[in-house]
Design a binder for this molecule. Structure first.
Ligand SMILES: Cc1ncc(COP(=O)(O)O)c(C=O)c1O
Length: 384
C-alpha cells in the first residue's frame, strides 16, 4: 500500500487551484541577467536590489575568509560557533543602526522567530500588520502573548487595541516596505502611537535596508525616526545579498535572546564566510550611495511607464513594483509568456497575497539599464 497516496491527492488540489509552485533552476550568478535552461533571461524578481550578490568586493572577502576559517562553523553560537567575524558583524550593525547591541541569526525567518516567540509575554498583546511576512505571523502564533492584526489604512483600530488597559505590554510589529505590495508603513504615525501608549515598536527592514534612507539604514532613517524604533530586524538575504537576520536593540534585549531564544540557541551558527560577505555588503551600502540613487531612478522610470499603460501598481513608490492582475490563472499566463520572451518576473498568488489580487511582483536592481526596463515594458504590452 502506498502510504503517501494522500499526498498525491493534496497535490492534485493544489494543481486544480493553479497554485502549484515550481522551482526554476538558475545556472549562473545573480545579476540583471541570469542563465537558466540554456538561455538568458533579464531578471526582474530577485531581491538583489543593489547588485551586491555578484560584487567583486564580496567575492574577494569570501575567498580570503574561506582560506582563513574554512567553511562550516560546526557548532551553535553558544558552543564553539562564534567566530571573530560574528562579533565584528554584530558590533558593526549595532553601531550602524545606533543601537546598544545586535545579534545575528541564521536567517530573517529565524530572527523574527527568535524575537517574537521569546520577548512578548503572557498578558501582553502583539499587534501586527495584516500583511506582515509569514515569519512574523508564524512567530506570534507560537508565542505566549495574545495577538491581533491591523490594517495599515485603519490605524484607528490599532489605536483601540493600544488604548486597552488590560494588557501588561503592547507590541507593534510592522515591515517597513511590504514585500508583496511595495508600499511602506506609516512609520512616523506608528512611532507617535507607540509613544502615546507606551508600546514597543519592532520594524522589519527586510526590503528597506540598504535601499532607503540617506545612509541606507532603511525606512526608519528615511522618516527620521530610527532612534525611536525599539527593535530593528534586518534580514540579510535581500539588499545585503548574503544570509542571516540581525536583531538590533538594547543590550538586555540581546542578552535575553542569547539566553532564551530557541531559534538562536539550538541551531548551527552561520559560517564566518557568510559573515564576511555580510560585512562586505554593508561596506558597499555605506560607501556607495550611488547604487541607491540608481535604484531610485529606475523605480521612478518603471512606475511612470506602467502607470502610463493604465496598470494597477498599488499605492507604493518603492523598488518593489506590483502589477495587480487579479486571477491566479491570468497572472501565471502573463509571467509564463514574459519568461518565453526573455523576462523573468514571478507571479505571486494566494495565499501569499489576498484572493483576487494575483500579481506580477517586479523588483528592480540598481544595475538594470533603461534598455532592460524598456524591453520589459514592451513585452508586457505584448502579453497583457
Ligand atoms: C519582511 C520579511 N521578513 C523576513 C523574511 C525572511 O528572511 P529570510 O529570507 O532571510 O529568512 C523575509 C523574506 O522573504 C521578508 O520579506
Amino acid at each position: 500500500m502506498n502510504k503517501f497516496a494522500f499526498i498525491d491527492r493534496l497535490i492534485e488540489d493544489i494543481d486544480r487551484a493553479s497554485l502549484r509552485r515550481q522551482l526554476v533552476r538558475v545556472d549562473s550568478a545573480q545579476g540583471t541577467v541570469i542563465k537558466t535552461g540554456g538561455s538568458e533571461k533579464a531578471l526582474f524578481c530577485s531581491n538583489n536590489y543593489l547588485n551586491i550578490a555578484e560584487d567583486r568586493l564580496v567575492k574577494d572577502a569570501v575567498i580570503k575568509t574561506v582560506n582563513q576559517y574554512g567553511y562550516g562553523s560546526a557548532a551553535s553560537r553558544l558552543i564553539s560557533g562564534t567566530s571573530t567575524l560574528h562579533v565584528e558583524l554584530e558590533k558593526t550593525f549595532a553601531n550602524f543602526l545606533n543601537k546598544e547591541a545586535a545579534i545575528l541569526l541564521p536567517s530573517g525567518w529565524t530572527a523574527n522567530e527568535a524575537l517574537l516567540r521569546t520577548l512578548p509575554q503572557k498578558g501582553d498583546i502583539v499587534l501586527i500588520d495584516k500583511l506582515d511576512h509569514a515569519s512574523i505571523i508564524d512567530a506570534v502564533r507560537q508565542g505566549q502573548a495574545e495577538f491581533h492584526t491591523y490594517r495599515r489604512d485603519r490605524l484607528d483600530r490599532l489605536e483601540k487595541y493600544l488604548a486597552d488597559t488590560r494588557y501588561e505590554r503592547k507590541w507593534i510589529v510592522t515591515e517597513s516596505v511590504f514585500s508583496m505590495d511595495g508600499d511602506s508603513a506609516d512609520i512616523r504615525e506608528l512611532v507617535r502611537l507607540k509613544e502615546k501608549y507606551d508600546a514597543i515598536l519592532i520594524v522589519d527592514e527586510a526590503h528597506g535596508f540598504g535601499c532607503l534612507g540617506q545612509n541606507g539604514k532603511g525606512l526608519a532613517e528615511q522618516a527620521g525616526v530610527l532612534d525611536a524604533v525599539d527593535i530593528i530586524v534586518v534580514p540579510l538575504g535581500k539588499a545585503v545579498a548574503a544570509n542571516g537576520g540581525i536583531v538590533a536593540s538594547k543590550q538586555n534585549v540581546i542578552d535575553y535572546l542569547v539566553n532564551r531564544a530557541r531559534a538562536f540557541i539550538y541551531t548551527t551558527a552561520s559560517s564566518a564566510v557568510n559573515c564576511a560577505a555580510v560585512l562586505a555588503g554593508l561596506e558597499i551600502i555605506r560607501d556607495q550611495p550611488e547604487r541607491r540613487k540608481r535604484l531610485h531612478a529606475n523605480t521612478i522610470y518603471l512606475r511612470q511607464k506602467l502607470q502610463q499603460m493604465g496598470l494597477d501598481t498599488g499605492p507604493g513608490s518603492t523598488h518593489i513594483v506590483p502589477v495587480i492582475i487579479g486571477q491566479t490563472r491570468d497572472a501565471l499566463r502573463v509571467s509564463k509568456e514574459l519568461f518565453e520572451r526573455g523576462y523573468f518576473v514571478s507571479a505571486i498568488r494566494p495565499p501569499t497575497v489576498p484572493e483576487g489580487t494575483a500579481r506580477l511582483r517586479i523588483s528592480l536592481q540598481s544595475n538594470h539599464t533603461t534598455e532592460q526596463i524598456d524591453g520589459l515594458i514592451k513585452s508586457l504590452q505584448g502579453v497583457l
